[in-house]
Design a protein around this ligand. Structure first.
Ligand code: PEP
Length: 250
C-alpha cells in the first residue's frame, strides 16, 4: 500500500503569521487526521526556519519550492538543496510548471535539480503536465511520459525509488478548472504503466499526486481514484480549514 501524501504549494504567498496558524491548527489534539498519511507544506524559503519551529510538534513536514543544482557558488538569488536540508526541509518541488514556463527550466535543468535534491537526501516531488494546447492536440501522454523519461532515464534504480511524482495539467493550475477524476486517473494509469517498464516494484510503490485546482469540494473524488495517491495543492493550501478537509479526504 502506498502512503498518501497531501502537499501544499504556497508559491510566493503566505506570511510568518500563516506559518504559525498552520502549526497551531494541526497540533490541536481534537484535529482528526487519517492514520498513515504524510502531509507537507512547501513554503517560501524565508519561512523555512519558522516552519521548522511551528511544525515541530505536529504532523506537518515542509519543503522548498525549487533548488539550484549546485551546492553553493556565485548564483545570486538561488537556494541549494543543502540549505533546504540544513533548515529541516524534507521535500522539494522540482519542475513545477511555473518554474518551467516563467523561469525557463527545461528537462535537463529539472533532471539536474532532481539529482541535487537526492544528493541532499531530500524527496523531490517531480511535477509533470501538459498545456491545454497539447491536450487538445492529443499529445497529453506523449508530453507527460517524455517529461518523466527525461528524468528517470538519468537515474539509477535506487534513485528512482526516492521520488514522488505530481501530475499537474497546466490548464488546471490556478484556473479553478480541475481535471475530471477520469481524466486524472487516465494519465496516472499511463504514468504507472510507463514506470512498470522500468521496474514493477517501482510502479507499485511510486506515489502519484494530482495537482490542479484541488480543493475541499473535489478532493475526495479525485483521491478515490485507484492511481491517485495524494494531491499537490496550491490556492487551497493557504486556507487552514480547506487544507484540513483535503487532508481528511485522503
Ligand atoms: C500548484 O501550484 O501546484 C497548484 C496545483 O495550484 P492550484 O491548486 O492553485 O491550482
Amino acid at each position: 500500500m502506498r502512503t498518501p501524501l497531501i502537499a501544499g504549494n504556497w508559491k510566493m504567498n503566505g506570511s510568518l503569521a500563516l506559518v504559525e496558524r498552520f502549526g497551531e491548527a494541526f497540533s490541536q489534539p481534537e484535529v482528526r487526521l487519517p492514520d498513515g498519511i504524510d502531509i507537507a507544506l512547501m513554503v517560501p524559503a524565508p519561512y523555512l526556519e519558522a516552519a521548522r519551529r511551528a511544525f515541530s510538534a505536529g504532523p506537518l513536514a515542509f519543503g522548498g519550492q525549487t533548488l539550484h543544482h549546485e551546492r553553493h557558488g556565485a548564483f545570486t538569488g538561488e537556494i541549494s538543496g543543502a540549505m533546504l536540508a540544513e533548515f529541516g526541509a524534507t521535500y522539494v518541488l522540482v519542475g513545477h510548471s511555473e518554474r518551467r514556463t516563467l523561469f525557463g527550466e527545461d528537462d535537463a535543468a529539472v533532471c539536474a535539480r532532481v539529482k541535487a535534491a537526492l544528493t541532499e537526501r531530500l524527496t523531490p516531488v517531480l511535477c509533470l503536465g501538459e498545456t491545454l494546447e497539447e491536450r487538445d492536440a492529443g499529445r497529453t501522454e506523449a508530453v507527460v511520459l517524455g517529461q518523466l523519461e527525461a528524468v528517470f532515464d538519468a537515474l539509477s534504480p535506487e534513485e528512482r525509488d526516492r521520488l514522488v511524482i505530481a501530475y499537474e495539467p497546466v490548464w488546471a493550475i490556478g484556473t479553478g478548472r480541475t481535471a475530471t477524476p477520469e481524466q486524472a486517473q487516465a494519465v496516472h494509469a499511463a504514468l504507472r504503466a510507463r514506470l512498470a517498464d522500468y521496474d514493477a516494484g517501482l510502479a507499485e510503490g511510486m506515489r502519484l499526486l494530482y495537482g490542479g485546482s484541488m480543493k475541499a469540494a473535489n478532493a475526495a473524488e479525485l483521491l478515490a481514484q485507484p492511481d491517485i495517491d495524494g494531491g499537490l495543492i496550491g490556492g487551497a493550501s493557504l486556507q487552514v480549514d480547506d487544507f484540513l478537509v483535503i487532508c481528511q479526504s485522503a
